[in-house]
Design a protein around this ligand. Structure first.
Ligand SMILES: Nc1nc2c(ncn2[C@@H]2O[C@H](COP(=O)(O)OP(=O)(O)O)[C@@H](O)[C@H]2O)c(=O)[nH]1
Ligand SMILES: [Mg+2]
Length: 244
């Protein structure tokens, strides 16, 4: 659509009860012309049906139903490739990230940032959305990432982003789940992009189930990928500094 400034990409897998209030929350609070692009991987719960219905009534809402692909990172990357606006953004679709905060991320980019990241770990931000085990894992990974990659970022695994679209011409997303965010933010800093963190309070998912992990072994399995990503980025930076 013409004259739109932001495309908010909404990756969904089984978010039927959450997607309508999320879209309404975003479109009802943004202060710049915004469209949403839902990238749904043929959710068995029929999330795409809700979006299809909404799209019929509002031209700012688009649905991309993927039947031949799955995965969070590839869903976001597909959304970026389809976006025709100066800004793109994305967030979780479980209502754990407040839709009204999107406007603040947009303001930060309008004020000069290349990437604005919703952050649980800067003053004013909080995580009341996860139990102690999830909070501990997230904290540990983010402290580990900051120690190795730099304290300029506190929430490396945020997943709540608004950015200038052209950033992704130089930094295509890598990874398959949440580790793409560590990779993106680290490479953005290395390339000299301005990244700012905007505090937000992460609340429990409204409805449905987490696709990440809900028990100790799940966190360990997922955590291994995050740790491997941090170590790889740290190693790459060391090699560059040494002129290898
Ligand atoms: N399109 C798509 N979205 C996904 C997939 N897996 C997870 N998501 C979405 O990614 C977001 C984060 O997932 P969530 O279950 O909330 O993970 P958590 O916040 O780490 O517990 C949600 O909007 C999910 O619906 C997938 O395979 N494809
Ligand atoms: Mg979530």
């Amino acid at each position: 659509m013409r004259d739109m400034i932001l495309t908010m990409i909404l990756p969904t897998y089984n978010e039927r009860e959450n997607i309508r209030p999320l879209i309404e929350g975003i479109l009802g609070t943004v202060r710049h012309p915004t469209q949403v692009l839902v990238v749904d991987d043929d959710s068995p719960d029929g999330t795409w049906r809700v979006v299809e219905e909404m799209a019929r009534e509002d031209p700012r809402i688009r649905l991309l139903r993927r039947r031949d692909a799955r995965g969070l990172t590839s869903a976001i990357a597909t959304g970026i490739a389809q976006a025709d606006t100066e800004l793109v953004g994305w967030m979780d679709c479980d209502l754990s990230m407040p839709p009204e905060r999107v406007a603040d991320l947009v303001d930060a980019v309008m004020a000069g940032a290349d990437i604005a990241v919703g952050s649980r770990y800067v003053p004013g931000g909080r995580d009341v959305g996860h139990g102690w085990l999830g909070r501990m894992f997230s904290r540990a990974i983010n402290l580990f990432a900051a120690a190795l990659l730099g304290w300029e970022i506190r929430d490396y695994t945020s997943g709540f982003v608004v950015a200038r679209r052209r950033v992704f011409d130089r930094i295509p997303l890598r990874g398959d789940y949440g580790e793409y965010c560590i990779d993106l933010l680290t490479r953005a800093l290395r390339l000299g992009y301005r990244v700012v963190e905007i505090p937000y309070t992460c609340v429990p998912r409204h409805s449905g189930e987490s696709k990440t992990a809900t028990n100790f072994w799940g966190y360990i399995r997922r955590g291994r990928k995050y740790v491997a990503t941090v170590v790889r980025l740290w190693w790459e930076t060391r090699s560059v500094k040494r002129g290898a």
